[in-house]
Write a protein that binds this ligand. Structure first.
Ligand code: RNT
Ligand code: ZN
Length: 412
């Protein structure tokens, strides 16, 4: 179907496809560096990521150096319409120095900042509280040992400074997201002390004032992880309260809740008490498995809530998945494009009509419209978006993804 035919089909419902496309070009998605190398990082250490997170698979082509990772990212961005961001973790430093986590400096990330400036993209950042001998017990900021807590507090403070300098250098606020793996494999008898220690450490870490035009603090909760099945110190209730009291962003990771919970439903609820939200869009399968996101009902509902509740202006959309059984660049491309496709579909809904039906309790009409809309020609509008943004689609995209994967498959 041609774009013009699709455009008039949507116009019949009072939906302006050109306005939707225009809005979609202005929604940046923060692409996570860690899909490119299976969450290994560049600290030249052996060992797994730890902290209960795990990339499984050994498909050829994993990026082994910052240069390889940047090349792969450049390719992926060239497959994705629009301008996006890069979400870096502290363990992805690019330097010959070997600073420990409590010694990292802005200079260790300077090549990333120069590259981001050249690409015209913004950066987001994360302190790395896992894959380190001082995190082997799955206790960091809540560790009973003051010395270990101080080590991680210093890492967190330095990460905030680095994030602020990245934001200033690129004239775009850098979201610095704090996730710690802290928890207990078996039932603890003193949850309160652990949570009080986490709160105390966060308070010290976040005390130095930072300019919000350069850096935004975010905190990420979790239900459980492998090895911390009985108790996660930084639970949802813990961080929701913390974020509201301290004015930080709250990060909602779609894999960090009970499988029957609807994460889209949480957006409007937390948005009433928070200025801004960070999303880790992910696809849990049976656990926080971080599968590549599909254009499925969960993602569509997230996008619909962002649009219907008018939250796009105060939600930072980040991705968090890592699959090592497929091409890493295809994973980034497919997942990021799926997030965009979901946003496009949400922008193309007849919201006035739906909201009018709901407010008059005409739930039959609401159901008829949402279900009839499933057959609308979203694909033709997406194809137009790719054409306007000079990005491949369909078979041309597959050919590009295959070609690039073949070019990196020889990496050791
Ligand atoms: C872990 C969290 C966290 C990590 C990244 C690598 O369960 O989701 O966001 O995935 O920091
Ligand atoms: Zn996450």
């Amino acid at each position: 179907m041609s774009y013009d035919t699709a455009k008039s089909a949507f116009a019949d419902w009072g939906v302006d496809t050109d306005a939707a496309l225009e809005q979609l070009t202005r929604i940046p998605i923060s692409m996570h560096c860690w899909q490119g190398d299976d969450v290994v990082g560049f600290e030249q250490k052996s060992g797994s990521s730890g902290g209960g997170i795990q990339a499984t698979g050994n498909h050829p082509g994993r990026a082994r150096t910052p240069d390889e990772l940047r090349a792969d990212l450049e390719f992926a961005y060239a497959m994705i319409p629009g301008k996006h961001r890069l979400n870096l973790h502290a363990m992805y430093l690019d330097t010959d120095a070997r600073p420990d986590r409590d010694e990292i400096e802005f200079e260790h990330f300077a090549p990333w900042v120069d590259w981001a400036r050249d690409q015209g993209i913004g950066l987001d950042f994360n302190p790395t509280f896992f894959a380190h001998s001082k995190a082997d017990d799955n206790l960091t900021l809540s560790h009973p040992d003051q010395g270990i807590r101080d080590f991680w507090i210093e890492h967190g403070k330095r990460s905030r400074d680095i994030a602020a300098r990245m934001g200033a250098a690129l004239a775009s606020p850098c979201v610095n997201n704090i996730w710690v793996p802290d928890g207990y494999k078996d039932t603890p008898i003193d949850r309160m002390s652990a949570r009080a220690r986490l709160e105390g450490s966060l308070d010290i870490m976040l005390a130095p004032p930072q300019d919000k035009t350069h850096m935004l603090d975010a905190v990420e909760s979790k239900l459980f992880g492998i090895g911390v099945e009985a108790c996660t110190v930084g639970s949802h209730e813990f961080y929701m309260g913390y974020a509201i009291r301290n004015g930080t962003l709250l990060c909602l990771d779609m894999g960090h809740f009970h499988p029957t919970e609807n994460i889209a439903d949480k957006l409007s609820a937390v948005a009433l008490s928070l200025d801004e939200i960070l999303l880790h869009v992910s696809r849990p399968m049976r656990w926080d498995s971080d599968h590549v996101i599909l254009l499925n009902e969960d993602i569509l509902q997230m996008a619909q809530e962002l649009v219907s509740a008018d939250l796009l202006g105060r939600t930072h959309i980040g991705l968090d998945f890592f699959d090592a059984t497929i091409s890493r660049t295809a994973a980034w491309t497919i997942g990021t494009r799926n997030m965009q496709k979901a946003l496009l579909r949400a922008l193309l809904m007849p919201w006035e009509q739906l909201k009018a039906a709901e407010s008059t309790l005409d739930f039959s009409h609401r159901l008829i419209v949402t279900e009839e809309f499933r057959d609308m020609p979203f694909g033709a509008v997406w194809a137009e978006f790719c054409a306007r943004e000079d990005r491949p689609n369909g078979q041309a995209l597959i050919a590009e993804l295959d070609r690039y994967q073949a070019s990196v498959a020889g990496r050791g």
